[in-house]
Design a protein around this ligand. Structure first.
Ligand SMILES: O=C1CC[C@@H](CCC(=O)N2CCC(COc3ccc(F)cc3Cl)CC2)N1
Length: 321
């Protein structure tokens, strides 16, 4: 009757792509309007802060950098500059819940969101540079994101560089009892926080540890049980995927790493069928190798840039003309 008609007329059609007139602009966690920041909007409508390092001339390849848990993509500036100097187009974003992106701090409903957002950004950049080969560089949790992203698109990446990737749980922190308790707690108190990432284990260079502790874009709170569960699920997924990994990869890991056990990298190296794989172990190296003692950090940058440039496919004849 008329009441149905009148109620239908009352429905206001809101077009999500057009901001409501007078609506406050979306702002980063630090209060900066996203209209003033390079960003992408993910499939859940969350704004992700992006960084781009574009070479002056024609780029030779695309490199996506995936940062780790509790940090952001700013600290990869030096690495990105070195790659840019080699005419590579480097891009990155702060994952959901990290740095200048939206989302609950260092938490995620499903680890797959990190992978989906990475693929969205990679596809955006590939659409702008359709003929360029694509690499991924990932550190720690960003290594897990890189591995699972490459597993979803096995033919899309000419190489994956992994710096102390999260592949396996640290056996001390993942005793069967602790895993059982985490699963139990996740049902009862998912927001309960466990210990936080101990920054002293990040690097033997105390200036780097101090920079990490002082960086307000990093998350220094405790790790939620629910986040730990998502990390465990990602680890279990990687165990299943490793026997089918055949894309080229470079593994760099310190054997004194207390945050991501080196056994995970050794297991990936030994069990993946890839015929183009390399592992380099840094004796005494701590977790954030790219920020470890200066000679180690420099070696990591050299190793990584050399491996990437060696893996850029030679231009085929028609491309060269
Ligand atoms: O430079 C930098 C600054 C930040 C750092 C990167 C940190 C990072 O990403 N980590 C290290 C900690 C690791 C903890 O893992 C778990 C914890 C509980 C759990 F229940 C299951 C898992 Cl697997 C996850 C991966 N590097």
């Amino acid at each position: 009757g008329s009441d149905v008609l009148s109620s239908l007329l009352r429905v206001s059609v809101t077009d999500s792509s057009m901001p409501e007139p007078g609506a406050a602009p979306r702002r980063s966690p630090q209060g900066v309007p996203y209209s003033d920041l390079p960003h992408i909007v993910n499939a859940d409508g969350l704004h992700l802060f992006c960084r781009y390092w574009e070479p002056t001339g024609q780029p030779r390849a695309l490199v996506f950098i995936a940062h780790g848990a509790g940090e952001h993509c700013g600290p990869y500036d030096e690495m990105a500059q070195r790659l840019k100097e080699l005419s590579l187009l480097v891009f990155a974003h702060d994952h959901v819940g990290h740095g200048q992106s939206e989302g609950d701090r260092m938490n995620i409903k499903d680890f797959q969101i990190y992978i989906r957002d990475s693929l969205q950004h990679i596809d955006l950049m590939k659409s702008r540079h359709p003929d360029l080969p694509v690499f991924i560089v990932g550190h720690s949790m960003g290594g897990a994101i890189s591995i699972l992203t490459a597993c979803e698109r096995p033919g899309d990446f000419v190489g994956v560089v992994l710096i102390a990737p999260l592949v396996q749980m640290n056996p001390e922190s993942a005793t069967p009892f602790k895993v059982f308790m985490a699963k139990l707690l996740n049902h009862m108190l998912p927001s309960l926080t466990m210990g936080s990432i101990e920054s002293k284990w990040l690097s033997r260079d105390k200036r780097q540890v101090e920079a990490y502790d002082a960086d307000e874009l990093n998350y220094h709170g405790g790790m939620r049980v629910s986040f730990g569960m998502q990390l465990m699920a990602a680890v279990e997924r990687m165990q299943r995927e490793i026997p089918s990994i055949s894309w080229p990869f470079l593994l760099l890991h310190g054997d004194a790493d207390k945050l991501c056990d080196i056994r995970g990298s050794r297991m990936m190296y030994d069990n993946s069928p890839s015929t183009d794989k390399k592992i380099k172990i840094y004796e005494g190296g701590y977790h954030a190798l790219h920020h470890d003692l200066p000679e180690v950090a420099e070696s990591v940058l050299k190793e990584l840039t050399t491996w990437i440039t060696e893996h850029i496919p030679a231009a085929t004849s028609q491309e060269a003309q």
